[in-house]
Design a protein around this ligand. Structure first.
Ligand SMILES: Cc1cc2nc3c(=O)[nH]c(=O)nc-3n(C[C@H](O)[C@H](O)[C@H](O)COP(=O)(O)O)c2cc1C
Length: 171
């Protein structure tokens, strides 16, 4: 897909099919994030791809908790890329946001639906969020700041399935 077309036509999607995002596409989307520019090229961004259902559920619960709700802020998406930044780097927020943008645009270019889900800051400053960081072998000393969750899923089928009755021939 042409770059400008992807940038113009990408939209946030909140209803998906249950088809999983292929591992190759997920890897490619994260690679696009890793190539985002960063202040002085310091590259302070960490990406965590989460596909384990129990951990996606945990992230969703922690996110909902920040809002005081018990809904699913991930809209049922089964793949989440958590974007974290080293807050000791002066441009950490700008760098993390650019990386998030790359993820969203790359996903669209690869035919994967996405949406930025907020509240990563609150989630990863909480004791439960710090516990998750430790379980991912990441620093849980407060140096990492959550920027966002990029939820990913395959689009719903855009066309209705063929009606079997309409294709049955009679003799
Ligand atoms: C910083 C940021 C935070 C966002 N947080 C959420 C969110 O928590 N939940 C959600 O459904 N969409 C969220 N979005 C998506 C925006 O609602 C969406 O990008 C905006 O409405 C424009 O729509 P578009 O992405 O289809 O162009 C967020 C977007 C940004 C940039």
């Amino acid at each position: 897909m042409e770059t400008i077309e992807a940038l113009i036509h990408r939209r946030s999607c909140r209803k998906y099919s249950d088809r999983p995002v292929e591992a190759e596409k997920l890897a490619r989307i994260i690679e696009a994030g890793q190539y985002a520019p960063s202040g002085m090229g310091r590259q302070p961004v960490t990406f965590v791809a989460v596909t384990d259902p129990a951990t996606v559920e945990r992230l969703s619960q922690l996110n909902a908790q920040v809002m005081g709700s018990n809904g699913d802020p991930f809209y049922g998406a089964k793949t989440v890329v958590v974007v974290l930044v080293d807050r000791n780097v002066p441009t950490h927020l700008e760098d993390g946001s650019l990386a998030m943008g790359n993820l969203l645009n790359a996903a669209y270019a690869l035919g994967v639906d996405s949406c930025w889900i907020h509240r990563a800051h609150e989630v990863f400053d909480s004791p439960e969020g710090l516990e998750l960081l430790a379980s991912w072998s990441l620093p849980a000393d407060g140096s990492l700041r959550g920027v966002g969750h990029c939820i990913l899923a395959m689009p719903r089928t855009r066309y209705p399935s063929p009606n079997p009755a309409a294709t049955t021939s009679s003799t």
